[in-house]
Design a binder for this molecule. Structure first.
Ligand SMILES: Cc1cc2nc3c(=O)[nH]c(=O)nc-3n(C[C@H](O)[C@H](O)[C@H](O)COP(=O)(O)O)c2cc1C
Length: 346
């Protein structure tokens, strides 16, 4: 079957065929009316590419520098909780796909493996750790220490989940716990997150951390400036895949303002609705250093484990390569706003 799947969209359809109803609802769903969920994808399509020709497209360089490290390309796997619900090998399979494609994987606090185990099983996977600061601060501290000890190169503190969004698909289709037949709603785990988190906590974490700290879930220039003032090395412009507050703006629409405010001080990443290589190109042209990709990787994982996740990443990278060539921007690091305009069809 996988040979017939030639795009992230193909994998999305195929995953819906094979996933358990509750797991699918959890992965595919967004908050409330899912307006933001849909707009995350639509927002990239509201940008048109202004291509240049005859400027050395024969040799492309998709490489970028992220947090001072040279990376082969700008894709990062977004943190997604409970990948064991998607495939028996869960995050370990995702890590193998990351390793095979030179992609950094960001492991969720709510992963179905510990940071240590993932590092031991797939030591060649470039990895970051996503931090939910839990009400149980001791548990958070232990997880962070474990991640740092096991070679995670950055901490990504997610700040857009003081409470869990209105998740109606999860209410309608609780997850069937593998093996036990019991039902549960993943969103209840969000109750473990400390809703009292403040900027001072970020500052403290950044000061203590031996690795760079990024703040994930920023949508305004003002908050991006605060992240800079409180010691963050970067921000991830994100609305949590449309899963938190419905009708907030998309990452694509929030990105230019954040880049303008802090682009000279912080590394700005973006996520939400990246489904095509052209979306990656647009994100970089708007000033993002790298992009996080969430659900498409999960769809690959659902369809064919590590091979499926790897293939989805390869498809996106191949599309990105074509986009660089045909936009006349052979070097990813040199993309800028001159390559974009508001789409006339939008
Ligand atoms: C099933 C699922 C679980 C997620 N779990 C987390 C998480 O544990 N921590 C986090 O920071 N973001 C989490 N996210 C948000 C993603 O990191 C990312 O922001 C979003 O999925 C990107 O949008 P995309 O799926 O459209 O690519 C989750 C997203 C999904 C779909």
């Amino acid at each position: 079957m996988p040979d017939e799947l030639v795009s992230a969209a193909d994998y999305e359809l195929a995953a819906a065929e094979v996933m358990e109803a509750g797991a699918l609802a959890y992965y595919a769903g967004g908050a409330a009316d899912e307006i933001t969920l849909r707009d995350n994808v639509a927002a990239w399509a509201r940008l048109a590419i202004r291509p240049r020709v005859l400027d050395g497209a024969g040799i492309r360089d998709p490489g970028v520098t992220i947090l001072g490290r040279e990376r082969a390309h700008p894709l990062i796997i977004a943190p997604m909780a409970f990948q064991g619900l998607v495939h028996g090998e869960g995050e370990i399979a995702t890590a193998r796909a990351a390793e095979a494609t030179g992609t950094t994987m960001c492991l969720s606090t709510f992963a179905t493996v510990t940071p240590a185990r993932l590092a031991q099983q797939v030591p060649g996977c470039p990895r970051w750790f996503q931090v939910y600061v839990l009400a149980d601060r001791g548990l958070s501290r232990n997880l962070v220490a474990q991640a740092v000890e096991h070679g995670y190169e950055a901490l990504v503190v997610t700040v857009d989940l003081p409470v869990v969004g209105v998740r109606e698909r999860e209410l309608r289709y609780p997850v069937e716990a593998p093996g036990t037949g019991g039902k549960f709603m993943p969103m209840h785990l969000g109750e473990a997150v400390d809703a009292q988190l403040r900027w001072e906590d970020i500052e403290h974490l950044a000061a203590e951390s031996p690795v760079p700290v990024l703040v994930k879930g920023i949508l305004t220039a003002d908050d991006a400036r605060l992240a800079a003032e409180h010691g963050a090395a970067g921000v991830v412009v994100s609305n949590h895949g449309g899963r938190q507050l419905d009708t907030v703006l998309s990452g694509a629409d929030a990105l230019p303002g954040v880049v303008e405010a802090v682009g000279d001080r912080l590394e700005v990443l973006v996520d939400g609705g990246i489904r095509r290589g052209t979306d990656v190109l647009k994100a970089l042209a708007l000033g993002a250093r790298a992009v996080m990709v969430g659900r498409p990787v999960a769809w690959g994982l659902a369809v064919d484990g590590a091979d499926g996740a790897r293939r989805v990443l390869e498809l996106l990278l191949a599309e990105f390569d074509v986009a660089l060539a045909l936009a006349g921007a052979p070097r990813a690091a040199e993309l800028d706003a001159r390559f974009l305009m508001p789409a006339p069809w939008a």
